[in-house]
Design a protein around this ligand. Structure first.
Ligand code: ADP
Ligand code: MG
Length: 249
């Protein structure tokens, strides 16, 4: 079980010349689930992308550290190696690359001696186990990544990747969108179990309290207009669900 923290402090960032994140601060510790709720356009996905280092997003101020490592100074692949994972709101299609190939590459330590083609022997088995846990058809594992998959299948695909890669911290951007109630419960349960299995820390962006009934958050943040405007316990998710975001704007 690992311990550590993902610490975001005073993060300001712009995209296309417009400041979207206007000073976000929060700290997720290993084993904790933090939910980020907020209206459309409040900057939740921007936060996810800035954390992972997507091109086109410019950091203006603030720091992001994972166990003291300055993530903002690293390229995306090194942030992943440091233990950060992003489950995307809109997972992209990668024609010609299967999930097995992609995860085998991710799990192979960088060697530089041309050995990169060697498939770590356990990845295929772990993939099958993780797929079964959340009810993803195993046949989809061999298909090109996300190509022609339904929205719900893509989200389960992201969850399978999380289970195999076992990152230290996961930013999950609307992992619940497109999932039916059964898949929602399975995905929520899988992510929650990861917090005790290996101490995963979670930053889960979601609109709906439904996911949070399974993936019970330790802390809930409400984000509007690029800032965290309220932080509380799991009861905050229920309040938002009932009353909407009007009180926070
Ligand atoms: P949320 O995920 O909370 O719905 P986003 O982070 O996706 O919000 O978007 C926040 C704001 O930033 C929106 O007004 C959106 O239009 C804008 N934005 C996000 N990405 C881009 C981009 N690549 N180019 C221009 N504007 C963007
Ligand atoms: Mg979004």
């Amino acid at each position: 079980m690992t311990t550590g923290e993902l610490c975001i402090e005073g993060l300001r960032a712009e995209v296309a010349g417009r400041e979207i994140l206007r000073g976000v601060s929060l700290t997720v510790r290993s084993g904790e689930v933090h939910a980020v709720m907020g209206p459309n356009g409040s900057g939740k996905s921007t936060l996810a992308h800035v954390l992972m280092g997507r091109p086109g997003y410019r950091v203006l101020d603030g720091t992001v550290t994972l166990d003291g490592i300055d993530l903002l100074a690293l390229p995306t692949w090194q942030r992943a190696r440091a233990g950060l994972f992003l489950g995307m709101q809109h997972p992209i299609e990668v024609p010609g690359v299967s999930l097995l190939a992609s995860l085998s590459a991710a799990r192979t330590p960088p060697s530089g001696d041309g050995d990169d083609e060697v498939v770590p022997p356990d990845v295929a088995g772990q993939l099958a186990v993780e797929a079964d846990r959340i009810g993803l058809d195993r046949r989809l594992l061999e298909r090109p990544l996300n190509v022609d998959l339904s929205g719900g299948e893509r989200k389960r695909n992201e969850t399978v990747q999380l289970g195999v890669l076992r990152p230290r911290f996961a930013v999950l951007d609307e992992i619940d969108s497109g999932l039916d109630v059964d898949a929602l419960a399975a995905v929520g349960r899988r992510v929650r179990e990861a917090t005790t299995e290996w101490g995963l820390g979670v930053l889960a962006v979601t609109h709906f309290a439904r996911l949070l009934e399974v993936l019970v958050p330790d802390v809930v943040h409400v984000m509007t207009d690029g800032k965290v405007v309220a932080t509380g316990g799991r009861e905050l998710a229920g309040l938002v669900d009932q009353a909407g975001y009007a009180a926070y704007r």
